[in-house]
Ligand binder design. Structure first.
Ligand code: GUN
Length: 297
């Protein structure tokens, strides 16, 4: 068997096109242009790339984009003051503070300062609680992207056994909540789970959100399963010449070739879940703008 590829780039392109059309209609009919503010503290190279891409895609969707870059030694007060200014800015409907923050800034304190109505990351306690309670919310972007890919691939998810590896606030927990809301039978596995390969072999849907390169092996996969790989890791090249040059390649949390021989469907890395994250961020910003202006979806 050779698994089919779940094309995140194509799905993300379709979602961005839909959001772009709906933004144009909101501007035309109501004079409302959704606005997204992204805050980056410090000069982490990967974060800089993500933040630039978010700004470019926001503008391409016809939205207002504001990028705020603070120095790596910015104080908590300066960051909280900026968040408060954005909370009060009527041109801004979505606020995203790029994580990770430098070690001296407590992310929980910063996230708690974001107005839940503008929390397009879905990370505030209010929005996480709404998700866990099955209420309308702003859903974290990467988990939302995973669910869209699964629905497009499998249709109705009711009754599937889903195993999520990872319990992070950013991905593992909200993915599990979304799968539960979609009527899957959900197991959350993590670093202390016993017999992890055997647990994974029960999964019709396996979501890997661990952050360890190629940890999930082919013999962890139930034949015919659908595998969603959230990992974006840098690993040395297998080719010793390239490895000796210190070059790295991007790999997921799943050993792709092995898993592809067993699964029915699998997301590649790159080109799977990654592109969906920003598309869902745009979708959330549109949703936030509509709700702030009292427009019923
Ligand atoms: N860093 C990596 N992924 C994310 C994300 O989804 N949101 C934020 N705020 N930071 C991130």
């Amino acid at each position: 068997m050779q698994a089919g590829l779940i094309d995140g780039r194509a799905q993300a392109g379709a979602l961005r096109a839909r959001v772009t059309e709906e933004v144009a209609a909101l501007v035309r009919d109501r004079g409302i242009q959704p606005g997204l503010a992204v805050v980056l503290v410090g000069d982490d190279a990967a974060s800089q790339i993500y933040v630039r891409s978010k700004g470019e895609q926001t503008i391409a969707a016809g939205m207002h984009s504001a990028t705020h870059i603070l120095p790596g030694d910015a104080t908590l007060k300066v960051l909280l003051d900026l968040v408060q200014t954005l909370n009060a800015d009527p041109a801004i409907h979505g606020i995203l503070v790029q994580l990770p923050l430098p070690a001296h800034l407590n992310p929980n304190v910063v996230i708690a300062a974001v107005d839940p109505d503008k929390d397009v990351d879905g990370l505030t306690v209010i929005n996480a609680g709404r998700l866990a309670s099955g209420l309308p919310t702003l859903t974290p972007c990467t988990p939302l992207g995973c669910l869209i890919l699964l629905r497009e691939t499998l249709g109705d998810l009711a009754g599937y056994n889903a195993v999520v590896i990872g319990r992070s606030v950013l991905v593992g927990r909200p993915v599990a909540q979304l799968l539960l809301a979609a009527n899957c039978t959900v197991t959350i596995a993590h670093s202390r789970t016993r017999e992890l390969p055997a647990v994974c072999r029960q999964a019709d849907i396996l979501v890997a959100a661990i952050g360890r390169p190629e940890m999930v092996r082919g013999d962890w996969i139930k034949p015919g399963a659908t595998v969603i790989d959230v990992g974006i890791n840098r690993a040395p090249f297998r080719d010793p010449v390239k490895a000796a040059q210190g070059r790295t390649r991007v790999v997921g949390d799943v050993a792709f070739k092995e898993a592809s021989r067993v699964a029915s469907w699998i997301t590649p890395v790159p080109g799977g879940v990654g592109p969906m994250t920003v598309a869902c961020l745009l979708q959330n910003t549109l949703t936030a703008a509509r709700r702030i202006h009292g427009i019923v979806e």
